[in-house]
Write a protein that binds this ligand. Sequence first.
Ligand SMILES: [Zn+2]
Ligand SMILES: [Zn+2]
Length: 202
Amino acid sequence: MISLDTFTGGIFDTNCFFLPSPGILIDAPQGAAEWLTAQGHRVKTLLLTHGHIDHVWDAASIQRVHGCRVAYHADTAPMVTEADFFRKFGFGWDIEPVTPGELIEESPSCEIEGIDFQVLLVPGHCPGSLCFFHKTERVLFGGDVLFAGGVGRWDLPGGDRDLLFSGIKAKVFALDDEVTVLPGHGPATKVGIERATNPYLL
Ligand SMILES: [Zn+2]
Ligand SMILES: [Zn+2]
């Protein structure tokens, strides 16, 4: 069983996941920085599944406090490095921008802090949405792509329903049935369960 600590925070109840021994944090919802400190967790690399504000809220403060690497897809870069990015779309939010980090592309094999991940690019909920598949533990950190009984919304700026659905079917559903999916919101699920029962994808 994977060694993992989970925190859910912010007004959208956004999940983040911390892998203690490699020191990898996946996403940074509001309250994550404080939670990490309270738990005594030390982050070496912060991976961002995508640039939506509820997932990157604490990214800059975590980067500052932990001196960690921050990594994300190129399409995520403007969302996390421009403080007023979301204002262009009419949202009344500013973020504290991160110092530009490392760019990650889709890859069958990407080593991060000694862990071998398969990186899936599944846009449609948000441009640059990445899913990180921990190959040895058979766990997919999926962001807002696929939920237990649901999928990410596609009506936000840059969203595309067809792209989202085709990406899930071609990439996430290419993984084995027993792969655990840890989504950005809500409970864990399995690829096989979603392939068989997810009402959006039947
Ligand atoms: Zn999102
Ligand atoms: Zn979200």
